[in-house]
Design a protein around this ligand. Structure first.
Ligand code: ZN
Length: 529
């Protein structure tokens, strides 16, 4: 071997990987275009998945059919599936590829109690009275992520792109029940970038604390134990567990006036006793304690615990508690958000039809909201709000404090709705959700390509994560080591409605879409007076 040749070889060995990446990243625009075409080609697949999961309507921890359906599709398409992760039977992780970087997709799959609603109908018209329904739109996220992942897999195979794609479901998100457990189980230890996605009426992404309308929380149930007695014959022999609950709630209402304005707390009585002539030996109340950051949430939780113990003392009962969910306030990665925003702008808003706008406006009118139809434009990426005021929570927060992450909001719903209600289910098995999910899938695939092909970008995302986001704040779980997934939640509610729900499962072999199966004219709106 001549000296010159040896040097040339050494140079090529040293620089070849870099050259390869450079080459691939110049191909990036072409690859993105290919991903977009692939997602467009899969529109029917995406629509069927949106409709199918809508028809399952499963509550948190009971997502049995949904998980079976989704993992079946993934296995058929060559993904390796591991079920029952983090001790949760309906949770799983699907993996394709090998090596770095590892890109994870995540999105929720559970629905809302009492949100049953006929899709495409602009007034309250439940499919099954009192049944659960997709009154937030979590039926669409999996269609977004899986469409993106399948398109991406095809590109990775065709162009020999290395890296790993993982897909996770957000189980029991509505009760903030799974993601802190995923983190505790170490499921994100080898993950480089997390691309979460969530239904919304805008096509947007954010970084930092975003619009400032996020809170973190603990969700905890207090069980009071008393002594049963005849409520008239021998009340002095009884100790009312319901007294414990009532005293705790009264105490909380007084204390509320002396808490930071940023806190939000609410409760429901989940067991108020059986009948008035029996002194209730068992009663229970369920609290959400929300605040802006870990120390304040922890302190609110502490006040709640003292109040429960004080109420038990006053009522001569005992109390124990169970943590059923927790969430850090989300904090998203600036580098990923900036990358994602460019892809959102490239894809653009879906083209809404007149029928889509008619449905949206009629629903807005029906519920007394501002009538402005569907969003038509994309807003630029905003600076995070300097003075967050708090609001809802999402347990992806826990993931966002462990791995660089963003949350893509894709436009599959109608603006100005109340959230967590039948109204938010109206668009969710209609062309609005189908088109919004296709648009979302394009961005998910394109953003994954950005990070698969540009190792420098992965490094920058981690620099932001290490040197900005977690410079002073370090993740600590709200979970105690003995806390377990609240698997029994929603079990009875689901069992009650399952036989009725099964009659309405979508059958894509027979019907083009779910509206056709249900015989619904799109859109169905009230006649103008
Ligand atoms: Zn949600």
């Amino acid at each position: 071997m001549s000296k010159l040749f040896r040097i040339a070889r050494l140079v090529s060995v040293l620089f070849l990987p870099g050259l390869l990446f450079a080459q691939q990243s110049t191909e990036l625009p072409a690859l993105k275009q290919e991903a977009v075409s692939e997602v467009d080609r899969m529109q029917t697949f995406t629509q069927q998945m949106v409709d199918q999961i809508f028809s399952f309507s499963e509550l948190g921890f009971q997502e049995v059919e949904t998980s079976r359906y989704v993992t079946g599709i993934l296995e058929k398409n060559g993904f390796r599936v591991e079920r029952g992760i983090a001790g949760i039977p309906t949770a799983w992780v699907a993996t394709y590829g090998s090596g770095k970087p590892v890109i994870a997709y995540i999105t929720d799959i559970d629905c809302i109690p009492r949100a049953s609603q006929k899709p495409g109908v602009a007034y309250h018209d439940p499919m099954i009275e009192g049944a659960p329904g997709h009154g937030e739109g979590h039926n669409s996220g999996m269609a977004v992520n899986i469409t993106a992942a399948l398109a991406l897999k095809k590109l990775m195979e065709g162009h020999k792109i290395t890296g790993t794609i993982k897909i996770f479901p957000g189980v029991a998100e509505e009760i903030l029940g799974s993601k802190a457990l995923y983190v505790r189980a170490g499921l994100f230890k080898d993950v480089d970038i997390v691309l979460g996605t969530h239904v919304w009426h805008e096509f947007s992404t954010s970084y930092g604390t975003g619009d400032g309308k996020w809170s973190g929380l603990v969700s905890v149930q207090y069980f009071f134990h008393g002594k049963a007695a005849h409520a008239a014959g021998a009340p002095w022999d009884g100790r009312s567990a319901l007294d414990g609950v009532s005293l705790m709630n009264a105490g909380w209402e007084f204390r509320r006036a002396h808490l930071r304005l940023q806190q939000r707390s609410h409760y429901v009585i989940i067991n108020g006793g059986d009948q008035p002539n029996v002194v209730p030996s068992e009663a229970a109340v369920w609290y959400y304690f929300r605040e802006l950051d870990y120390p304040h949430i922890k302190s609110l939780y502490g006040i709640g615990n003292s109040m429960a113990e004080a109420a038990a003392k006053m009522s001569d009962t005992t109390v124990d508690r169970k943590l059923v969910g927790s969430a850090w306030p989300p904090f998203f990665n600036k580098v990923i958000a900036e990358t994602q925003q460019k892809n959102i702008e490239m894809v653009g808003m879906p083209k809404w039809s007149e029928a889509d706008q008619t449905l949206a406006k009629a629903l807005q009118k029906e519920i007394g909201a501002k009538v402005e139809g569907l969003n038509e434009k994309i807003e630029p990426l905003k600076e995070p709000e300097k003075n967050p005021i708090g609001g809802g929570s999402d347990d992806v927060g826990d993931i966002s404090w462990n791995v660089p992450m963003v949350y893509l909001m894709f436009p599959a719903n109608i603006p100005n709705l109340p959230g967590h209600s039948w109204a938010n289910a109206v668009s969710m098995a209609t062309p609005i959700a189908h088109k919004g999910s296709t648009a979302g899938a394009k961005v998910q695939a394109m953003t994954a390509l950005d990070f698969l092909l540009q190792p420098e970008l992965v490094k920058q995302a981690w620099d932001y994560f290490r040197n900005v986001q977690t410079k002073e704040i370090h993740y600590e779980s709200f979970l105690a080591p003995e806390d377990k997934p609240a698997l029994e939640m929603n079990k009875e509610k689901m069992e009650k409605f399952l036989p009725q729900l099964k009659k309405y499962y979508y059958d894509p072999a027979k019907y083009k879409n779910y509206l056709e199966q249900l015989g619904i004219t799109y859109p169905t709106v009230k006649a103008q007076p």
